[in-house]
Design a protein around this ligand. Structure first.
Ligand code: URA
Length: 235
């Protein structure tokens, strides 16, 4: 017996800001995404940097697809060699914002699906400690298009404390107020999720998985290690 699955679930209605914070977890359902994430975490497979970057891209592709289901579409018609086909097209490509450098392969995965996206890049890193369990997030570079009324997808593969994402988001708001903001991560910590939920409740969070905890160096446990180093080598 075969069955036909119709990929409906698209809407032509413009979306409004999401309140409250909603979270989607890609690996909650059994799917091939679990294989990609398992390879990303596996210390033996991690030796192959190209495979590591490709798996980050693949999680980016799958999250891009999931996010695409919640974007606004318009009805359209295309002409085939045999006739006319009714279809739906994205009303406007999103803006993809990436925190350098670990997010670059993840960003590339999103670009494979949102190939007409506009792009923002932000250099942000953990600076000096400002308390026993706090550090300053330093930003040294930011470039972004006009964000007014756009769909913004802000991505960072490892959502650890949530402080970088919060700081970058507020810096991006200087370029305009997005109609909707999606935050995408490959692995999140429960602490990071709670932090963003309290401070960025207007956004929607999409993650590959939520892990156990943060360690004393703010690394996600069990996590996968340092995503930037594993993609591009040690600094
Ligand atoms: N950044 C990483 O690359 N890994 C973590 O676990 C946390 C932040």
């Amino acid at each position: 017996m075969c069955c036909i699955i119709v990929a409906a679930n698209v809407t032509s209605q413009p979306q409004t800001a999401y309140t409250p914070f909603i979270m989607f977890v890609l690996t909650q359902q059994p799917s091939i995404a679990n294989h990609f994430l398992a390879e990303l975490r596996d210390a033996n497979v991690q030796q192959d940097r190209m495979r590591f970057r490709r798996n980050l891209e693949r999680i980016g592709e799958l999250l891009a697809y999931e996010i695409s289901k919640s974007l606004p579409y318009r009805h359209a018609e295309v002409t085939t060699p045999l006739g006319k086909a009714a279809t739906r097209l994205l009303r406007q490509p999103p803006v993809l914002a990436t925190i350098l450098r670990a997010s670059l392969p993840f960003h590339q995965g999103f670009l494979h699906f949102f190939d007409q996206a506009d792009n923002a890049f932000i250099g942000a890193y953990r600076g000096h400690h400002i308390g026993e369990d706090e550090f300053e997030v330093e930003m040294d570079y930011i470039t972004a298009p006009d964000l007014q009324d756009r769909t913004l997808i802000l991505m960072d593969p490892m959502l650890a404390t949530g402080r970088s994402i919060e700081k970058v988001y507020h810096a991006l708001l200087r370029f305009g107020i997005p109609a909707q903001t999606h935050i995408a991560a490959v692995i999140a910590s429960p602490e990071g999720v709670a932090y963003l939920q309290n401070r960025m409740s207007e956004c929607r969070l999409w993650v590959g998985a939520v892990d156990e905890k943060l360690d004393s160096h703010y690394y996600i446990v069990p996590g996968l290690g340092d995503a930037g180093d594993l993609s591009f080598g040690p600094k």
